[in-house]
Ligand binder design. Sequence first.
Ligand code: DWN
Length: 392
Amino acid sequence: MNKYFLDLGKQPLANNYLKIYSNVQIKYHLKLFFNTKNKIVSISKRIPSEKMFNNTYPYRSSMSKTMKNSFFKLSLEIKKKFNPKKILEIGSNDGALIKNFDKKKVIGIEPCNNLAKITLKKGFITYNKYWNYKLAQKLKRKHGNIDLIYSANTLTHISNLNDVFRSISYLLSKKGILIIEDPSLLECMKKNSYDQFYNEHIYLFSAISVKNLLNKFNFEIFDIKNLSTHGGSIRYYIKKKSNKNLKINNNVKKQIQNEIKYGLHKFKTYKKFSNNVQRSRKNLLKILQKIKNNGKKIAGYGATAKAVTILNYCNINKDLIQNFIDITPEKINRYMPGKKIKILKYNRNILNNYDYIFLGAWNFKEEIFNKEKKFIKRGGKFITHIPQPKII
Ligand code: DWN
C-alpha cells in the first residue's frame, strides 16, 4: 500500500531550462509516497520519459571533477576485480565512465540524442535508446551475453522497474555482475535533502527496497559501498543467486541494519521527514529575506535539478536569488525552470557581483569551496539548506 507523506507542490520539469521566460509553464504536482509492502519511496505523478529525456537533455556527468574522478576510480576497480570482456552502461550520458574502457569492450545506452552523439563521435558503441526488454533482446542478438552491467543515477528515473530488472537478468551472463549506483535514501533522510525529489527521480532507493526488488528476479546484493557523490549515494554490487562463487560481504547486512535502526522501514520516519522539510523551507526563506532586507545580493551556484525543487517548493523568486551561475553550456543564458531567474555563464570574476552564494550544487561543496577561495577570502558567504538552512 502506498502511503502519502509529503507534498512538494507544483513543479516544472527539472531540466527544462527555457530560452525565453514564460509564466505559463506546465507543472506537475509532486507528492511523495512510501510503499508499506516493498518499502520503496516514490513520487506520485509519472511523466513519460520522452518528455524528460530527449534531444536536448542538459545534464552532463563530465561537468565536475568529483564525478570524473569517481568514474575513473570505479573503472580501475572493475578492471582489477572483475576483468569483464563486455561491459554495458545503462544511461551512459556523455561518456564519463565508458571513456575509461577499451572501445571494443564497452557499450553505452543513452536515450538522449545530444548525449549519445558525444560518445558516438568518439567511437564508442552507443545505442540511442531507452532501456527495455526489446533493446536487451537486440543487444543479445548482436553482442551476446554481457559480463558486467553498470548504471549510475538512471534506474531511479525509469518507472517500470520490473521491466528494468527482467531485461538485465536476460542479458547478463550467469556469472555476470550488475553494479548500480543511486542516491541513498538514508542519507537523504539524515541530510533532509528533499531536493533529491523531482519529476525525474521517480524512486529513491534504500538497500532494504533494492533487496526486495531484486528478490523477484533471483538477484542478490553481495557488496555495498557508501559514496559521498550526489550528496550520499550507494553503490550496490549484485549477482545472480545461482552464482555461488562470490561471497556476500558483511557490509550488506550492516547497511540494512543501519537503515532499520533509522526507521526506513516505518511510515512514521517519513512523516517526521515531512515536518523537517516544512521547517527547512520556513528557515531558508527567513535567511534569504534577511539578506534581501540588508540590500545584499545572492547568486545560486550550480543550476541543478535539485535547486529547481527548492525554488518552486519554497517559492523563491528573483527578488531573493538574482541569478544562478553554471558552467554547463546547455544551461547558460536560460531560465531556472518555473522561475524568472537567469542562469549566467561562470567566470572567475562573476562572484564579485554577489555577497552571498546559495549552494544549488551543495553536493559539490568541497570542489566549489576549493575553486572559490578568492570569494571566501574577500568575505563572501555561502548559504546552504543541508542539513538545515544556514550561512557558512
Ligand atoms: O540524477 C540526476 C543527477 C545525477 O544529475 C539527474 N536526474 C539530473 C542531475 O541532477 P542535478 O542537476 O541536481 O546534478 P548535479 O550533478 O548536482 O549538477 C551540478 C550542476 O552544477 C551542473 O549543472 C554543473 C554545475 N557546476 C558548476 O557550474 N560548477 C558544478 C560544479 C562542481 C562547478 O564547479
